[in-house]
Design a protein around this ligand. Structure first.
Ligand code: KE4
Length: 427
């Protein structure tokens, strides 16, 4: 029994499936989850002392690497003055001003403690602002575990084959319309039939929870056009893509401007910070300004915000995003070359510091195409890479992440491991 095995047995006696978030349980890839004890730069260590090159990065937050010294010092200094007050602090004003400065579509923004809180709050704001109830989401997109959004969701829900969760009352689920991602015509038809009843369309503007799936040309523009025509609120869920794929997220990359944006992950740098915001006219409905209630004991928590601000400051270094995108692209190109040499059908895609790996003939543009990928091959590849000291997301339906701390040595070691792992994956 390894330390990981012992800890996993112990954890399952007190925590459902031994984990505090389902995707961590390794249920789809099999085997024992690694109990991580330390991170530094692009590396993490597990309870048995094994070191891994980390391409999960806490599912996106670790964009500057683990235990980055300036981030750690910011947290230590802030914590020394008290952890939380439940009162306004200057630091959360600085965070709000930073987000507004970096995302021009934001006029007012509220901080929360997770991406789930951000998306559930944004939906309530859209419903309160429009007076309508119906929302539209897309199959394979994951927006956290709010009731209205656990309908044909991605990420862990998709990984375990329960895209629509038990426990969501039909009365709530029936207010959520799910369409195929990238299917603009299906959206046109829905709005033609029911546009006046639609409060909001929420979308991952680059999907990362059914693996990485880009919007096809015109898809986001169509969302914008139809929401304008029917008075519906367009919500870009940039919890994963915000400050990850571009200095201004997908809205900066594409020029398509949402009415509301949800954020998380990078803006907390590994500490619990989320945010929702957008047009002042819409955000004016948020309590206590307006009638839409939303609250949080630890919202804007100064220690968490200190980590986020220090992380965001590091991403503003000259050339940060260019270097991150180039490194991520080199990672993908190297894997494609290794797979070709091993005679394995494989492709990869990346946008900024986020990537997708597919055991498929071509990069998928829809949920249906993602589902045609060779999941068993991925599982064999995942474990061969894990055994070689490379920690990938334990699911064929997750995007992966490169950080500013992934250097040439880490990339070379990863590609050396991949040459062996693809041969193992071939089966
Ligand atoms: P959190 O509540 O997990 O902070 O954020 C929910 C969320 C919302 N929107 C998007 C686009 C997201 O990707 C997420 C969370 N992402 C997953 C990873 N695919 C978190 C990992 C997990 O659930 O443990």
């Amino acid at each position: 029994m390894t330390r990981n095995d012992t800890l996993f047995d112990r954890a399952q006696r007190s925590i459902p499936a031994g984990v505090n978030s389902p995707v961590r349980a390794f249920r789809s890839v099999g085997g024992t989850p690694r109990f991580l004890v330390r991170g530094a730069g692009c590396h993490v260590w597990d309870a048995d002392g094994t070191r891994y090159i980390d391409y999960v990065g806490s599912w996106g937050p670790a964009i500057v690497g683990h235990a980055e010294p300036t981030v750690v010092r910011a947290v230590q200094a802030r914590a020394a003055d008290g952890l939380s007050f439940g009162a306004p602090t200057e630091l959360e004003v600085e965070m709000a001003e930073t987000l507004i400065r970096r995302l021009p579509s934001l006029e007012l923004v509220r901080l929360v403690s997770s991406g789930t809180e951000a998306t559930m709050s944004a939906l309530r704001v859209a419903r309160g602002y429009t007076g309508r109830s119906k929302i539209v989401k897309f199959e394979g997109c994951y927006h956290g575990h709010g009731d209205s959004l656990l309908v044909k969701a991605g990420s862990g829900a998709l990984t375990f084959g329960q895209p629509s969760s038990a426990g969501v009352p039909p009365a709530i689920a029936n207010e959520t319309v799910v369409l195929p991602y990238n299917d603009a015509e299906a959206l046109r038809a829905l709005f033609a039939a029911d546009g006046g009843a639609i409060a909001a369309v929420i979308v991952e503007p680059i999907a990362g929870n059914m693996n990485l799936v880009r919007p096809v040309p015109g898809f986001l523009e169509t969302l914008r056009e139809l929401c304008d025509a029917h008075g519906s609120v367009l919500i870009f869920d940039e919890v994963m893509t915000g400050f990850r794929v571009h200095p201004q997220g997908v809205q900066g990359l594409t020029g398509v401007t949402p009415d509301l944006t949800t954020l998380g992950k990078v803006i907390g740098g590994g500490m619990p910070v989320g945010a929702f915001g957008g047009k002042r006219a819409i955000m004016n409905v948020v309590a206590p300004l307006g009638p839409v209630y939303q609250a949080g004991t630890l919202s804007g928590n100064p220690v968490a915000v200190a980590a986020g601000l220090a992380t965001l400051a590091l991403t503003e270094a000259p050339g940060f995003y260019e270097r991150l995108a180039a490194r991520t692209r080199a990672f993908c190109d190297g894997l494609v070359s290794a797979a070709r040499d091993a005679g394995v059908e494989f492709c990869a895609d990346s946008v900024g510091g986020m990537f997708g790996l597919y055991f498929s003939p071509r990069v998928p543009t829809s949920y249906a195409e993602v589902m045609q990928g060779d999941k068993e091959r991925f599982h064999r590849f995942f474990h061969a890479m894990l055994d070689a000291g490379v920690y990938l997301a334990p699911s064929a339906y997750e995007a992966g992440f490169v950080s500013a701390a992934h250097d040439d040595d880490a990339l070379a070691a990863t590609l050396a491991a991949a040459r062996v792992a693809f041969a193992a994956a071939r089966g």
